[in-house]
Design a protein around this ligand. Structure first.
Ligand SMILES: Nc1ncnc2c1ncn2[C@@H]1O[C@H](COP(=O)(O)OP(=O)(O)O)[C@@H](O)[C@H]1O
Ligand SMILES: CC(C)(COP(=O)(O)O)[C@@H](O)C(=O)NCCC(=O)O
Ligand SMILES: [Mn+2]
Length: 924
């Protein structure tokens, strides 16, 4: 197993979930840099000031959405030496980054949940201010205290190694960041101030209280264990999208829980011992039963009987076991026959360990593998059965199982599921939770007053699996990584270790419990994944400003991904595509950072981290929750960000923008010389043709070697031949231009989800935007919050519009009215009536940094812009094909894309590469 027990690697393991995601040094540096940028106004100063303008504005810390609470810069002052390169800046009115910590100290394991704040976005973004004014977005908070953006981390330690846990807390100074004003401990400020209080549950909160005081100087505030389990489970079931799943006969399936129909349920927490709790609501529950035969029994008895030295070793043994050698089966009693009258097959276990009574064998005569399996089945089945009986007692249909005994182990879950299914004759369902063992710790965390987490919703959490996740999950030993350099070394070290890292141990196909639930697992010979990587939980990023896109016709059933990656063929294909792209992407990324040795090292580390994620997912596609192509494409961008590649395609984007802006005036005059009807067709053709500039498509990248940007653009336009593969243009035209001389009313506001930089946006989408503006429709360009491939970002759009507006009055007036032009910005507040009478062109960020878009989680400014919108244009493969192709909206929607992938064209439209899609759907 990678890294376990090895001191050197032990240190590295920290980067997994905890350390890897937080870069203390980095955070400080970037805050100072960001302040400097902020001082310059952070505005959009024209396309020519290349490097400076393209420079990252938030330093090395990029978040999914930058619409977060602002830093309080008032009374900021430089501390110490002014000449210093990165002097410390004192922000007396800004509360410190708050880390927050809660513990569940159990009989076997210590579970730790901690929160780190997002670094705030200090840039004085004029675009954002104007957008806020235009769209009536206010800063009014529904609460009397702000909700904090940040991240929740999950880590565990073995209880008998409590010192490791204390070291970890100490090295990260998790106990220092507690702000008693905002995260009160329940005691009044005056008493809690000056004394650090940590919430903890589990027996160890009592047992180790003195040790915490002694070692860390903190007081433990004890929270009731049952309260915490329930609070944790309720929070997870409400707030995390892919939390609960069924696991039956080897099949894992995520279950969408309707929070209105959550209660009542039975919660079974299988820790050292087992608690069964009937949950009727928030804080409304009753512990109805339990059993002392639990995880501690399996581990304890198993250790004695097999001499295993770790829980995982014991579990791994079971995978190679055959319990028939030790269990007494019905067939053993009935001479090989079934006892069919009462429905028992010959292979049914009549008595666990029963064979051991009748034979003259000693412990040494049994294989440890068989003992482990027999024990695992005995305990899992017994718990499943008692759970069923208790659910039956109270008429409950759903049972959620938590606790670390489960450990994401397929066979354990299958056995429990089988028992519940078998005894209830399919009436009840066993479900498991991804954060299985963290319920209590989360509950303790929730017990801090005023954290605001309790009313947060699913769409405000984004789960990320950082670099270490494929190797270590939440396994933590020793001090955390200090900086990026250590993160890279960590990656390098793992690679040196060879196969176990580059090709993680394959998990055996989960065995089925078969008829009667007592068959031998089919997973013979398989190897269990390392403990921690089976801990399939990432860091939960809390982004309070994310919202569900209000124009979804049916948000409840919305599924962004078009292609289902649970189809093995699809999965194999897309994995191969992404791996093939990798070398080229690394080259681009390294070049974007100046091609230095440092950039090369980071590029290498990125490639390894991303391949490791792919390998992990290949082996267990549901490891990070439900998997769609959009998630894979986003994962790639996230990995780049993790190694501080801020914008891998920045040079390419710049070059293509310049080339396209140079030919824009000619294109606009050509368009203006046309009749209304010809113009509309030309504009849609133009969008489709220009969508060929896509650095995410291998086929297109090959094309770019064959001509200049303008040549390719011309060629693409010349090839536009109707009917397109999907061609609703005539219906769209009818809505726009009407029939029989009757002019339809123009749309009030159009949201244009733009895709790529260069020709795509400048020669495709901008001319379309201009036509809409000319017809009296307000236009909102919706760009990414963060770079992804060569997509244009919201941050870059105002510059592009400003350049384009130099050659076009329509764009200029609209951009002025929308507050997009730098010169006009100062005047927007006292703009004359005449100016405001022009329909505005605005820019909003979408809240994501991916080539696809998940409309369940968009920025608050996009949600606000959507309120008055009656037309949506989604452009490009990522936004209109891979995601949202089948999405219905409350308003008219136009989906435009060129299909730049042969397989996708065949699969979706029985078409071929470079086919075009113009799909128009009137309001649902
Ligand atoms: N690495 C591990 N070390 C020890 N026990 C583990 C480990 N992983 C899973 N387990 C199982 O999880 C049980 C502890 O589950 P947990 O939910 O943490 O309960 P508790 O709060 O009682 O410690 C252990 O008794 C054992 O069966
Ligand atoms: C990554 C993309 C979704 C970006 O497409 P876009 O949205 O820019 O049109 C697309 O390039 C894609 O699906 N590429 C697949 C890989 C390939 O065909 O090489
Ligand atoms: Mn794109």
């Amino acid at each position: 197993m990678a890294g376990a027990g090895d001191k050197e690697e032990g240190e590295c393991l920290n980067s997994g979930v905890g350390g890897g995601d937080i870069n203390d040094d980095g955070e400080e540096g970037s805050r100072v840099d960001a302040l400097r940028e902020g001082g310059c106004g952070g505005g959009f100063q024209g396309v020519t000031g290349r490097d400076r303008d393209m420079a990252p504005i938030t330093g090395n810390s990029i978040h999914r959405s930058s619409s977060r609470p602002q830093l309080d810069l008032s009374k900021a002052a430089i501390q110490g030496n002014f000449e210093e390169k990165n002097p410390t800046i004192l922000l007396p009115n800004q509360s410190d980054d708050i880390s927050h910590l809660a513990l569940d100290i159990g009989g076997s394991l210590i579970k730790l949940v901690f929160f780190s704040r997002h670094e705030d976005d200090p840039v004085d973004d004029t675009r954002k201010k104007t957008v806020k004014q235009r769209l009536g977005l206010s800063n009014i908070c529904r609460r009397s205290y702000p909700i904090l953006g940040g991240r929740l981390h999950f880590v565990k330690f073995e209880t008998h190694k409590i010192n490791e846990c204390l070291d970890f807390i100490d090295s990260k100074q998790l106990h220092r960041g507690i702000d008693s004003h905002r995260w009160g401990s329940g005691t009044s400020d005056s008493t809690s101030r000056g004394r650090v209080v940590i919430k903890a549950t589990g027996g160890g909160a009592y047992k180790f209280a003195d040790l915490f005081k002694e070692r860390l100087g903190v007081s433990i505030e004890k929270e009731d264990e049952m309260d915490c389990l329930v609070a944790g489970a309720n929070f997870l079931l409400k707030a995390i999208r892919h939390e609960a799943f069924t696991h039956f006969e080897g099949q894992k399936e995520f279950v969408q829980i309707d929070t209105n129909e959550l209660f009542p349920y039975l919660l079974v927490n299988i820790g050292s011992g087992v608690s069964m709790i009937k949950v009727d609501g928030e804080g409304k529950f009753q512990r109805v039963s339990g059993t002392n035969v639990g995880g501690g029994t399996y581990w304890g008895l198993g250790r004695l009987l097999t001499k295993c030295t770790s829980f995982d070793e014991l579990l791994e043994l079971s995978q190679r076991g055959d319990n028939r050698t030790i269990d007494m089966l019905v067939g053993d009693i009935y001479g090989g026959m079934d006892y069919s009258k009462i429905g028992l097959s010959a292979s049914t276990i009549a008595s666990s360990f029963g064979k051991a009574i009748s034979e003259n064998k000693e412990l040494e005569d049994y294989r440890p593998e068989d003992i482990s399996l027999s024990l695992l089945r005995m305990i899992s089945y017994n718990i499943g059965q008692i759970s069923y009986l208790n659910a039956l007692r109270f008429g409950l249909k759903r049972i959620f199982f938590g606790g670390f005994f489960i450990r994401g182990h397929a066979y354990t879950m299958d056995t429990i599921s089988f028992a519940v299914h078998f005894w209830s004759q399919g009436e009840m369902q066993a479900m498991f939770l991804r954060h299985e063992g963290f319920l209590g710790a989360l509950g303790a965390f929730m017990s801090y007053e005023k954290h605001g987490l309790d009313d947060l919703m699913v769409h405000q959490f984004v789960e990320r699996f950082p670099m270490g996740a494929p190797y270590t999950g939440g396994k933590i030993h020793g001090p955390p990584l200090a900086d990026l350099n250590e993160k890279i070394s960590w990656m390098e070290k793992f690679v040196q270790k060879g196969t176990e890292i580059t090709a993680p141990v394959p998990m055996a196909k989960p065995g089925t419990t078969g008829l009667g639930g007592f068959e031998v697992p089919s997973s013979k010979g398989g190897t269990l994944r390392s403990d921690a990587s089976a801990l399939n939980v990432g860091v939960l990023h809390l982004v309070p400003s994310l919202e569900v896109f209000p124009l979804l016709a049916d948000a409840k059933t919305y599924e962004p991904n078009t292609i289902d990656l649970s189809d093995q063929g699809e999965l194999d294909y897309w994995f191969t595509v992404l791996l093939e792209h990798l070398p080229d992407l690394v080259d681009k990324a390294v070049a974007s950072e100046g091609g230095t040795d440092d950039a090369k090292r980071r590029g290498d580390a990125f490639a390894r981290a991303f391949s490791a994620h792919l390998a992990r997912l290949m082996e267990e596609p549901t490891a990070y929750g439900k998997l769609g192509l959009a998630n894979l494409l986003e994962l790639r961008e996230e990995c780049l960000r993790e190694f501080q590649f801020v914008d891998a395609y920045r040079g390419i984007k710049q070059r293509e923008n310049e080339a396209s802006l140079a030919v824009l005036p000619d294109l606009l005059s050509e368009i203006d010389s046309m009749s209304e009807e010809a113009r509309l067709l030309t504009l849609i053709e133009g969008v489709l043709a220009a969508n060929i500039f896509d650095w995410g498509s291998r086929a297109c990248v090959d094309l770019y070697h064959k001509g200049t940007i303008i040549e390719i653009y011309r060629m693409s336009r010349n090839k536009m031949q109707r009917p397109w593969r999907v061609d609703d243009f005539d219906i769209f035209k009818q809505r726009m231009l009407g029939t029989g001389g009757e002019k339809p009313r123009p749309h009030k506001r159009a949201l244009l989800f733009v895709d790529n930089s260069g020709a795509d946006v400048i020669l495709g989408m901008l001319p379309l935007a201009r036509e809409l503006l000319r017809r009296g429709t307000e236009v909102v360009l919706v760009g990414n919050s963060l770079p992804a491939l060569n997509d244009v970002t919201a941050m870059e759009l105002p510059d592009i519009v400003a350049e384009a507006a130099k050659h076009c009055n329509i764009l200029r007036r609209a951009a002025e009215a929308g507050g997009l032009l730098v010169d006009a910005m100062n005047n927007t507040l006292d703009a004359s009536k005449e100016e405001l009478s022009f329909v505005p062109l605005m820019v909003v960020e979408n809240g994501c940094g991916s080539p696809c878009i998940d409309l369940r989680q968009v920025s608050s400014e996009l949600a606000a812009a959507a309120k008055d919108a009656d037309l949506i244009v989604l452009e490009g493969m990522g936004r209109a094909l891979h995601t949202n192709l089948n999405t219905r909206f409350k308003c008219d929607a136009l989906k435009l894309a060129m299909v730049k992938n042969q397989r996708l064209a065949e699969k979706l439209f029985k078409g071929k590469i470079y086919d075009c899609v113009c799909k128009y759907e009137p309001a649902a």
